[in-house]
Design a protein around this ligand. Structure first.
Ligand code: UD1
Ligand code: CA
Length: 452
């Protein structure tokens, strides 16, 4: 929105993470904590200011977004001090929206309400009612009108009983914000410049402080340690799963589904337990994914069966194909319509034609395979000579017997048959049997050794 400036406080070190990374760079789903907040902030404001402190270079490098105004807070003297580092960059006739780099699940609709409220009264805060308000700033009201925010450490026993607490998120007319920040002092239990004291200044200035009360405690939850990070990850995943189910996806158990990216799907798709989706994945209609699969950046067609324990990455699976169980489909694999890739088969940088079958225990790499090919158990394309990768071409209708090696570069002609156990080092002609196996013979005089 025009005339909205977002200020994201991100100067905290996050000691309790026990990490070498700044707290706001911890990841939730496929984005950093700060990245989640930035997405919302950018959607809603004309300019985003991030107040950084500890690990600033690392944060700026990881976020790598030059539309952001990075503002350094050299010493952490309190939330009021942090906001005051950004306000010189903000024009008076705008609304400043104060967000936190470690509060990742904040929702767009809530922020819109808060901004609306600030536009009408000058100052609005986001509060939440908690069963256990310990640690938070309490919202002090008189005749239901907000009078002040009192921090835990400064509160009277009576005030400590208040369950409506400050989330920290506020929207304030920028001119008023600058005026009230100038009034702050460190006369409090922590000797800090409290942002929350601007509420009392506004009341003294005869302004009505409005509030938006959220009933979703997770959207305002901060992350201070790995346990809270894991909790919000679950919340995020459950919200996403609920949204997908609403759009028609069948999830056998939404608590055992994770998507760190974007999943698109047609009608009647079904995902069984313990599946991990990463990056951009699309499913056509009527496609099913059995338990324990990992699928990353894949385009999967209609009526595809991904059987249990399969791993697919950067690949295309066309209509009607069957993958797994225990298949590994690696980058640049393209599995043709109605093709079958069975158990313990690895396919890399290869095209598998329509209706072709690689059913058991094979490695297919750097290969172009035609239609209706049958690859027996244990066949290997020897694509690597120790220095370079080479291509294997298998034409339509070929049958490769079990335990054969195709030493690339090599071409197997149309409808050729390769006898089991062959090591094929030069091109095999179309329509013929090629065999490179040594002739079988018995050794009638041979005896098994006996123990001495
Ligand atoms: C603050 C609020 C409290 C509210 C709570 C919600 C104040 C004085 N209190 O308390 O009313 O209930 O948040 O979680 O605002 N930060 C900086 N620079 C600083 C100080 C803080 O960037 O100098 C950042 C921190 O990284 C953190 C956020 O501001 O992300 C909140 O700071 P913190 O010190 O944790 O505030 P609380 O004491 O939790
Ligand atoms: Ca805090």
């Amino acid at each position: 929105m025009n005339n909205i400036h977002a200020i994201i406080l991100a100067a905290g070190k996050g000691t309790r993470m026990n990490s070498s990374k700044p707290k706001v760079l911890q990841t939730l789903s496929n984005n950093t904590l700060l990245g989640h907040v930035l997405t919302q902030a950018k959607n809603i404001s004309q300019q985003v200011h991030v107040v950084y402190g500890f690990g600033g270079d690392q944060v700026q490098q990881a976020i790598n977004d030059n539309s952001i105004n990075w503002v350094e807070q050299v010493e952490q003297l309190g939330t009021g001090h942090a906001v005051a580092q950004a306000t010189p960059h903000i024009e008076d006739n705008t609304v400043a929206l104060i967000l936190y780099g470690d509060v990742p699940l904040i929702q767009q609709a809530t922020l819109e309400q808060l901004i609306d409220a600030a536009q009408s009264t000058g100052i609005a805060l986001l509060s939440v009612i908690l069963d256990n308000p310990t640690g938070y700033g309490r919202i002090v009201r008189q005749n239901n009108v907000i009078q002040a925010i009192v921090e835990q450490k400064d509160a009277t026993p009576e005030q400590l009983k208040i369950c409506e607490v400050n989330t920290g998120i506020m929207a304030v007319n920028a001119q008023l914000l600058k005026q009230y920040l100038a009034d702050l002092d460190t006369n409090n239990a922590q000797g800090e410049l409290y942002l929350t004291d601007i509420v009392e200044s506004a009341v003294n200035d005869n302004k009505t402080v409005t509030s938006v009360i959220t009933n979703n405690e997770f959207e305002v939850a901060g992350v201070n340690d790995k346990a809270q990070l894991a909790q919000l990850e679950r919340v995020f995943q459950q919200q996403q799963a609920a949204q997908y189910m609403q759009q028609g996806l069948t999830l056998k158990d939404p608590a055992r589904f994770d998507c760190r990216g974007n999943l698109r799907f047609g009608k009647d798709c079904e995902i069984d337990i313990n599946t991990l989706i990463e990056g951009e994945v699309s499913l056509g209609n009527n496609t099913s994914i059995a338990p324990n699969c990992t699928i990353k950046n894949a385009k999967i067609g209609d009526n595809v069966s991904i059987l249990a324990n399969s791993v697919i990455e950067d690949a295309v699976i066309n209509h009607g194909a069957s993958i797994g169980p225990f298949a590994r489909i690696r980058p640049l694999a393209n599995i043709g319509e109605n093709a079958k890739i069975g158990n313990f088969v690895e396919v890399k940088k290869s095209t598998i034609g329509k209706g072709s079958k690689v059913s058991h225990l094979s490695y297919v790499g750097d290969t172009t395979m035609g239609d209706e090919v049958n690859i027996g158990a244990g066949v290997i394309t020897c694509n690597y000579d120790g220095v370079n990768k080479h291509q294997t071409i298998i034409d339509d209708g070929v049958f490769v017997g079990s335990d054969s090696q195709l030493v690339a570069p090599v071409t197997i002609g149309k409808n050729a048959t390769i006898g089991a156990g062959s090591t094929i080092t030069s091109d095999a002609p179309a329509e013929q049997l090629t065999l490179s196996r040594s002739k079988q013979r018995p050794f009638p005089s041979w005896k098994r050794p006996t123990k001495q």
